[in-house]
Design a protein around this ligand. Structure first.
Ligand code: SF4
Ligand code: SF4
Length: 244
């Protein structure tokens, strides 16, 4: 396992050449599962600092971020991730702390997969092709309309809360959750608090996560492809059930 300085140098190397995140050049170095999971966790920790600053700003503006345990209709929107965030989830589920959540997930996964249908594959394929962004957005909305609850949602709460992806951490609604459900959200989205530092950080983090994914894609046992982010539940399931 790398120490903090080594991990920092690896992250610099991964983002040093834009072609790696774009998927047009192979990364010459080595990135293993632990490296990737730790990169994801480092990004998630940094994001938490930004989200705390956003909450402080909300308070100053007398706005209320209304997200709380049990409020989870947003978990019907498909969460798509690159390998590092999926590896962080799989690693946690394989630890003692994640044992219950792993059991719940493996029990729920077959019915989630059946309800999710083929749309998740199409969404992943389109997501990997920059020039088909409009088609991707359309496919994402169609998938969301199916209202398939994330298989990590257990009794109304996120069962992988300590390692949940950045998309789940950043998602929020201000003042009311009345517009979070897809039927309303696609017409009149929930009110959000725009906060530049978090938005800028997420763009940079996404580049690093994609570069890390691309450095591992093809070599990794879970059959991932360059630039192809996938549904969180699908990818984590493959990682948990891959042959040793
Ligand atoms: S984004 Fe909306 S549905 Fe999700 S936790 Fe926040 S208020 Fe609830
Ligand atoms: S990972 Fe957790 S927060 Fe994210 S969609 Fe699934 S249940 Fe919701």
């Amino acid at each position: 396992m790398r120490d903090e300085d080594e991990l920092g140098r690896l992250m610099e190397a991964l983002t040093g050449k834009p072609e790696i995140a774009l998927g047009t050049k192979r990364f010459a170095g080595r990135v293993d599962d632990d490296d990737a999971a730790e990169i994801a966790e480092a990004m998630q920790r940094q994001l938490e600092g930004g989200l705390k600053a956003r909450e402080d700003l909300a308070r100053k503006k007398r706005l209320r971020i209304v997200c709380e345990r049990g409020c989870n209709v947003c978990c019907e929107e498909l969460v798509v991730v690159y390998l590092p965030e999926a590896l962080a989830v799989a690693r946690w589920l394989e630890s003692a702390a994640g044992a219950d959540a792993r059991g719940w997930f493996l029990e729920k996964y077959p019915s989630w997969r059946e309800r999710a249908g083929d749309g998740i594959e199409r969404e992943a394929d389109l997501n990997a092709e920059w020039e088909r962004r409009d088609e991707y957005e359309k496919a994402h909305k169609e998938q969301w309309k199916r209202r398939v609850m994330c298989a990590f949602n257990h009794d109304g709460a996120c069962s992988i809360y300590p390692v949940r992806p950045m998309l789940c951490r950043e998602g929020h609604a201000v003042d009311s959750n009345a517009r979070c459900c897809v039927d309303v959200a696609l017409i009149d989205p929930p009110r959000r608090l725009t906060f530049g530092p978090v938005d800028d950080f997420l763009k940079r983090a996404n580049v690093l996560l994609r570069a890390t994914h691309n450095a591992m894609a093809g070599k990794e046992k879970a059959s991932t492809r360059v630039n192809r982010a996938e549904a969180l539940c699908e990818l984590v399931y493959r990682l948990l059930t891959k042959p040793a």
